[in-house]
Design a binder for this molecule. Structure first.
Ligand SMILES: NC(=O)c1ccc[n+]([C@@H]2O[C@H](COP(=O)([O-])OP(=O)(O)OC[C@H]3O[C@@H](n4cnc5c(N)ncnc54)[C@H](OP(=O)(O)O)[C@@H]3O)[C@@H](O)[C@H]2O)c1
Length: 265
């Protein structure tokens, strides 16, 4: 199925980031996107940015092949009730956290091809980790969705029962990585760098570390071995961090986030 037009229902933080990322990637022009919003001031600013935008969800859905639902969980039922009679022959993508395929199908009273996507805020820079579950899809539709989200970062297809785990690792995980960066900045300032310089250094080392893993496909410990001289300064610092519970606190934090998620969703 060729995608001629994409509707993004809810052009807030994530919806707008997806729109920006798609346009930046060159995969979709602004003319092929229809963004919807209820807030008049946001609508005006979307139009000022050159996007086609409307407050009419039914019109946006009717004129599109692929419908992305990007509203808050408490807003989704109203949207589904509004569009339910207009989703025949459409592909639905839901980025709404914690709303199951069963919930969406039951609210629509129909079973169109559906993709649940859990991205993260890296999506604005085409650096998302997007975990996707697919339902009632054809191989071609799956390929289309993979192509779209691959323009916005890395894609991993997962069964729906792994969605809560994806929410903790990929959704919350970006905040955990950012907290590492913040801590490195705090230490950097204490040992003599300006906050600006420490921020640049902390962000770039984190980016470099991630690229080593992504590009070399190596294990983190193999990369660590390359910088830890016996009796050296790096291993001394690393072991001090471990004595203070570094790895353990990350594992515990991730599990705490995971355990807080409603696993039925
Ligand atoms: N932000 C992330 O990184 C991230 C990551 C993974 C998943 N998610 C999920 O993505 C969804 C959106 O998150 P967000 O952070 O982008 O929230 P958001 O900034 O609040 O965006 C939702 C947007 O939808 C608009 N909206 C509400 N009801 C609508 C309706 N009936 N028709 C059209 N537009 C409507 C909202 O307008 P008003 O503000 O006027 O209500 C708002 O601008 C959530 O379910 C969230 O769990 C977000």
């Amino acid at each position: 199925m060729e995608i001629n037009r994409i509707a993004i229902i809810g052009a807030g933080n994530l919806g707008y980031s997806i729109a920006k990322g798609l346009v930046l990637s060159g995969l979709v022009s602004k003319k092929k996107l229809m963004l919807t919003e209820k807030n008049p001031a946001r609508l005006e600013s979307l139009v000022k940015d050159g996007y086609m935008a409307t407050d009419n969800n039914v019109a946006a859905v009717s004129s599109s092949d692929l419908i992305m639902l990007v509203v808050k969980p408490f807003q989704i039922d109203d949207v589904l009730a509004e569009i339910k009679d207009h989703v025949q022959q459409k592909i639905i993508v839901s980025c709404v956290t914690g709303i199951s395929s069963e919930h969406i199908y039951s609210a629509l009273g129909a079973n169109p091809p559906l993709f649940r996507v859990m991205p993260n805020t890296g999506i604005a820079l085409q650096e998302s980790m997007s975990c996707i579950s697919a339902f009632n899809e054809s191989p071609k539709q799956k390929e289309t969705i993979k192509t779209i989200f691959s323009q916005l970062g890395q894609v991993l297809f997962i069964p729906e029962d792994q969605m809560p785990a994806a929410t903790a690792l990929a959704g919350c995980g970006i905040a955990f990585a950012l907290r590492f960066i913040r801590a490195a900045i705090q230490a950097g300032v204490e040992i003599g760098f300006s906050a600006e310089d420490a921020k640049l250094m902390a962000a770039q080392i984190t980016k470099g570390a991630a690229q080593l893993i992504l590009q070399n496909n190596s294990h983190p410990e193999a990369e660590i071995d390359k910088v830890t001289t016996p009796k050296g300064i790096t291993i001394t610092g690393l072991n001090e961090m471990e004595h203070a519970g570094f790895s353990s606190s990350i594992i515990k934090g991730l599990l705490a986030s995971y355990n807080k998620i409603d696993r039925k969703s």
